[in-house]
Design a binder for this molecule. Structure first.
Ligand code: FAD
Ligand code: NAD
Length: 468
């Protein structure tokens, strides 16, 4: 029996960051992970491998479509070497996971590989692959067990032709026709990878817009851009049947008027969201409750109904994002150490790593309308940016929503080149409660994509954009 101040179950970005912060604060910390590889969904089958493949496929796309215009002639037409692309992706994962192993050692965190579960509120058993069990005694526990892909009740995912994101990161061939159920983040990012490599991509989405939870302008613009890149969209379609025969998969869906759509392809990617993962965790033995969606129920301090047991990341309410999980990991570690931390959930940015990228922070226009807040809109298209013209990245725009009277920025939504990085300026501005005019009066280096944020802010503050 080993004793700890904190035991963390799950080593994703929530769990491993919580472990580091606990150790920094002088707490004796253990991290339990059932796989051999640390880092959770994000490092192994999520954020990192998907971005590695997005980058590789973007290089291929550019070699095929933009090099000639840039004045670069290749001796022969580029070819996809998918095996090498997947190998490089795996190398990136291995190196990143290696970094987490190093950080655990550096911070003197004890790592146990095995399935963790509660025996009671202060006792965690870790069942190892060899059948042996280690028992840990702890004052505090952080549940950071993350999430798994969700599916629809009538779909049997066979991991061969009917696949989830995990298999889509390990393909052995480029699909001829990839059908994607769900026009959310996973569907559009992984669809972009294979669309750029030459697959025809069909997206069947239940709502009347792709990325429907983001500001609606973003979905409209992204749809226009992706259509140029082998994508077809079937919006307001409810999938009702998915079957497979040999190498052919068939998806049937009804549109809002009841008309039937039938699509045939060689792979179906099911990307309809993710669900909290609490299997065999022994929550009942510790007295921990879950909510109506199977997520661990927590209060405003991320504590469950049981004192000393906390939960963070995808397994609790809120956005399923790595950086949200990380913030919550730090929050709980500091709470356990007696501090009074704070997370501003309104200012957690969301990013879709397609090209153009989409990034967003704060309120959407739809949310402002619904809550009756008086607002004004400013926008600036990338086609008016000298920097965007130089790099031939002309799709997209930046939209700034500011309060009608106070001019405070309430939301920033952007689609365009490097939006994933540009959004950080909007997050900082909003964290310091900047007005649109504040941004309009700050010098932005020329020529950069950031000037477009300044211009959109000037447009919001009184139609004062300078370059349009
Ligand atoms: P996870 O990362 O899911 O980690 C949970 C860990 O707990 C796992 O390692 C699991 O094995 C372990 N575990 C579970 N139960 C037990 C148990 N009983 N005992 C021991 N260990 C256990 N988010 C972003 O912010 N940006 C992105 O670009 C992004 N891209 C993504 C791409 C894809 C394809 C996917 C699927 C997700 C992506 N996400 C992205 C979401 C992101 O991966 C998650 O939000 C994040 O990983 C959640 O972190 P977490 O620590 O809560 O859980
Ligand atoms: P999502 O919630 O982003 O998208 C799921 C989509 O499927 C929605 O648009 C929904 O309307 C649609 N849908 C649901 N049921 C349907 C049905 N029966 N028929 C057709 N469409 C249906 O979920 P996801 O794309 O699976 O991603 C899961 C989570 O992973 C997300 O919460 C996301 O935050 C996270 N993630 C983040 C990133 C990133 O930050 N870049 C990347 C990948 C995943």
């Amino acid at each position: 029996m080993e004793n700890f101040d904190v035991v963390i179950i799950g080593s994703g970005p929530g769990g491993y960051v919580a472990a580091i912060r606990c150790a920094q604060l002088g707490l004796k910390t253990a991290l339990v992970e059932r796989y051999n590889s640390l880092g959770g969904t994000c490092l192994n089958v999520g954020c990192i491998p998907s971005k590695a493949l997005l980058d590789s496929s973007e290089h291929f796309h550019n070699a095929m479509h933009t090099f000639t215009e840039h004045g670069i002639d290749l001796k022969s037409e580029p070819k996809v070497n998918l095996k090498q692309m997947i190998k490089r992706k795996q190398d990136v994962v291995t190196q990143t996971v290696g970094g987490i192993n190093f950080l655990m050692k550096k911070n003197k965190i004890t790592v146990f590989h095995g399935h963790g579960s509660f025996e009671d509120k202060n006792t965690i058993s870790v069942k190892h692959d060899d059948g042996k069990t280690t028992t840990l005694q702890t004052k505090n526990t952080i549940i950071a067990t993350g999430s798994k892909p969700a599916s629809l009740p009538f779909i049997a995912i066979n991991k061969k032709r009917i696949i989830t994101s995990t298999e889509a990161l390990e393909m052995t061939e480029v699909p001829k026709h990839l059908i994607i159920i769900g026009g959310g983040v996973i569907g559009l990012e992984l669809g972009s990878v294979y669309g750029r490599l030459g697959a025809k991509v069909s997206v069947v989405e239940y709502m009347d817009s792709i990325i429907p939870t983001m500001d609606r302008t973003m979905g409209k613009e992204l749809q226009k851009s992706l259509k140029k890149n082998n994508f077809e969209f079937y919006l307001s379609h409810k999938v009702k049947e998915v079957t497979t025969k040999g190498k052919v998969v068939t998806v049937k869906a009804d549109d809002s008027k009841g008309a039937e759509l039938t699509l045939e392809g060689d792979y179906v990617l099911v990307a309809v969201g993710r669900k909290a993962y609490t299997e065999n965790l022994g929550l009942d033995k510790a007295g921990v409750q879950t909510d109506e969606r199977g997520r661990v129920h927590v209060d405003a301090h991320l504590q469950t109904g049981v004192q000393g047991i906390y939960a963070i990341g995808d397994v609790v309410r809120g956005a399923m994002l790595a950086h949200k999980a990380e913030e919550e990991g730090v929050f709980v570690a500091e709470t356990i150490a007696g501090q009074k931390p704070h997370i501003n959930y309104n200012l957690i940015p969301g990013v879709v790593y397609t090209w153009p990228e989409v990034a967003s922070v704060g309120q959407t226009e739809e949310q402002l309308k619904e809550s009756g807040v008086a607002y004004k809109v400013g926008s600036f298209p990338f086609k008016a940016s000298g920097r965007a013209r130089a790099s031939m990245d002309l799709d997209g725009l930046i939209k700034v929503l500011a309060h009608q009277e106070t001019d405070e920025i309430l939301g920033v939504h952007m689609i365009g080149p490097r939006a994933a990085d540009l959004i950080a300026e909007a997050v900082v501005a909003m964290e310091f409660r900047a007005s649109a005019e504040d941004i309009g009066r700050i010098s932005h280096a020329h020529p950069t994509f950031t000037e477009s944020f300044k211009e959109a802010a000037l447009d919001a503050t009184g139609k004062r954009a300078l370059h349009i």
